[in-house]
Design a protein around this ligand. Structure first.
Ligand SMILES: Cc1cc2nc3c(=O)[nH]c(=O)nc-3n(C[C@H](O)[C@H](O)[C@H](O)COP(=O)(O)OP(=O)(O)OC[C@H]3O[C@@H](n4cnc5c(N)ncnc54)[C@H](O)[C@@H]3O)c2cc1C
Length: 558
């Protein structure tokens, strides 16, 4: 093996690459990240950080910083629907302010038993925080302004060709593993010859070329007389669109679908204004900061997530319609699933089955989540308001009442999704030891906390008001639960022999024993339950071999 520049090279510094850099950096894995932009994205892009993503941010220590960004702490994050934004309000789903969300997390149970609740905030702000966090980690080196132009895999390493965008300096870099987090047009995916599979659905709204207009207009808070909201949807038969509040001071992003005659390359600021005003219902002062086109209606997942030592994550392997706010969140979770596996391989305690497990575990989740997003897009994009919806007549009033009922139902389905966010499962993965119990049914709007192996460890607030998840180490965690948990020395010795990071947590309370329904529970580094039982396994070493990828398919060279 020739000298390596890092253990892992990441191509792309959007949410997937930055999260992976932070996860690897916290684990002490030397990581080199390239991104062809001079800095993080100047476009608002995604606007919702799901609760599970906030839990991932929490354990790296920046959830609070993220929660302080975006809308002011007392700004409601309601989703509201109008005929036109300055006209009739049709429906509203009230959602908490960010300061309330912090306290509410400690009060809720059932579907929302969590360390964190969602935070509605632009990806643009969050990427800056993720960048600042990754940059401070000694094991991580971020190279923005560098474009990767090619890669070649050898037996024990991958070489990446990169060029400095300003000036054209060219260099090769080598690492044991490369991850393509390089977005929808992924050079890494294309170079591996991997295609997306799935569907592109055309609809009048949220199904075709869309335009995103990032604008500043404090005056909108006077023009829109309705109570403040995070998302303002215009539902009429002339022009549909959604206006999303970014900072509560007057910055917004407006999304609308382009018409056949609106050629995206020739859209001027005047044309962008002309798209916005019909949804507002009148004209006012707006300053356009930037605008770009993108495609909605995609339900696409790559046919493979890996080839040899090269892996793919985020938009490089799955493309969504943004309904449900799942693209960026799924990208972050890919990184969380992959980071500990790369750490294990680099440190030598992981088996080659870990590489195969990444695709086995994450591809079904990508398919599931893209389908949920598509369902929400069908529900809102396929909804055609009645022709009389804007009439000031009894028929108009009745049409608005019917539309309101529909939209109220839709909003509660799309914007209350604990089942999606906490319900990711890896049943059937070779790294998971089933105990024969069946997981609860998959339901977007309902999450049933369960320690059935394969899913998120159920959350609990401990008596001192700290989160159970705050007690977990970044490696494996063995929970000894309830008053009669057996000793776990054999486990600890077996993990030490293998060099596996394992913390033992003693939690003698009955409540947590009842929640987990077992005396011993092994939690993976990504907070997924790997195994549970009431007594130690006969062969603790064999169990640890299995959960760390030394059994199952693909036992080739790692
Ligand atoms: C207008 C818009 C609205 C959206 N709204 C939502 C939403 O509401 N909810 C949601 O969940 N998602 C939304 N998305 C999608 C979300 O932004 C993406 O899912 C998310 O950014 C994916 O993160 P990523 O890190 O995988 O890819 P990206 O964010 O695309 O990052 C990839 C990075 O790789 C860099 N790169 C590419 N090629 C190279 C190369 N050869 N060398 C070096 N660097 C390279 C790119 O510059 C980029 O920075 C939206 C996207 C857009 C465009």
């Amino acid at each position: 093996m020739s000298a390596l520049d890092a253990a892992v090279i990441l191509v792309g510094g959007g949410p997937c690459g930055l999260m992976l850099a932070s996860e690897l950096g916290h684990r002490g894995v030397s990581t080199l990240l390239f991104d062809d932009k001079p800095a993080t994205s100047p476009y608002p892009q995604a606007n919702a950080t799901q609760a599970r993503t906030m839990e991932y941010f929490r354990r790296l220590g920046f959830a609070e910083t993220v929660r302080s960004q975006g809308l002011p702490p007392d700004y409601p994050t309601d989703v509201a629907y109008f005929t036109r934004l300055s006209k009739h309000e049709l429906a509203r789903f009230a959602l908490p302010t960010s300061s309330r969300a912090r306290d509410l997390a400690k009060e809720l149970s059932g579907s929302w038993s969590a360390a964190e609740l969602p935070h509605r905030c632009s990806q643009m702000y969050i990427e800056r925080i993720m960048h600042a966090h990754a940059e401070r980690l000694p094991a991580v080196s971020l190279r923005y302004g560098w474009r990767v132009t090619g890669l070649a895999e050898a037996v024990d390493q991958v070489t990446v060709e990169a060029e400095r965008v300003a000036g054209g300096e060219r260099r090769s870099f080598a690492a044991r593993y490369v991850v393509g987090c390089d977005g929808p047009r992924s050079l890494v995916r294309k170079q591996l010859g991997i295609n997306y599979e799935g569907e592109t659905v055309l609809r009048d709204f949220m199904g075709g070329r869309m335009h995103a207009i990032y604008l500043r207009s404090p005056e909108l808070y006077r023009v829109i007389e309705a109570p403040r909201a995070w998302q303002y949807w215009a539902v009429n038969r002339e022009r549909r669109g959604v206006l999303i509040a970014l900072d509560g001071q007057g910055e917004f992003v407006f999304l609308t679908q382009l018409r056949r005659e609106e050629a995206e390359r020739t859209i001027t600021e005047a044309m962008a204004r002309a798209m916005f005003f019909p949804t507002l219902g009148r004209e006012c002062e707006i300053a356009i900061i930037n605008h770009l086109s993108w495609t909605a209606g995609l339900t696409l997942v790559a046919e493979r997530f890996r080839q040899g030592r090269v892996l793919l994550g985020g938009d490089a392997v799955h493309l969504f319609t943004p309904t449900g706010g799942l693209g960026y969140n799924t990208a972050v979770e890919d990184a969380v699933n992959l980071a500990w596996k790369l750490q294990a391989l680099v440190e030598g305690w992981g088996g080659a089955g870990l590489l195969a497990s990444y695709e086995l575990e994450r591809q079904p989740v990508a398919k599931r989540n893209t389908l949920y997003a598509r369902r929400f897009a069908d529900s809102i994009g396929g909804y055609m308001p009645p022709p009389e919806i804007e009439e000031e007549t009894p028929a108009g009033e009745a049409a608005r009442r019917d539309a309101g009922e529909y939209l109220n139902r839709h909003a509660r389905a799309e914007f209350n999704i604990p089942g999606i966010t906490f319900g990711t499962r890896y049943d059937g993965s070779p790294l998971i030891l089933s105990d024969g119990t069946a997981p609860p049914p998959d339901d977007a709007n309902v999450y049933v906390p369960t320690a059935t192996p394969g899913g998120r460890a159920p959350h609990l607030w401990l008596p001192e008001e700290d989160s159970l998840f705050d007690r977990f180490g970044l490696g494996f965690n063995l929970l000894r639960l309830g008053p009669a948990a057996p000793q776990a020395d054999a486990f600890v010795r077996a993990a030490a022999r293998r060099g596996m990071p394992l913390s033992v947590l003693e939690l003698p309370g009955e409540e947590i024993r009842d929640l987990y329904e077992a005396d011993l529970v092994l939690i993976r580094p990504d907070q997924i339950v790997a195994w549970r039982a009431n007594r130690l396994p006969v062969d603790a070493d064999a169990l640890l071999a299995r959960v760390s990828g030394h059994a199952g398919p693909d036992q080739g060279e790692a």
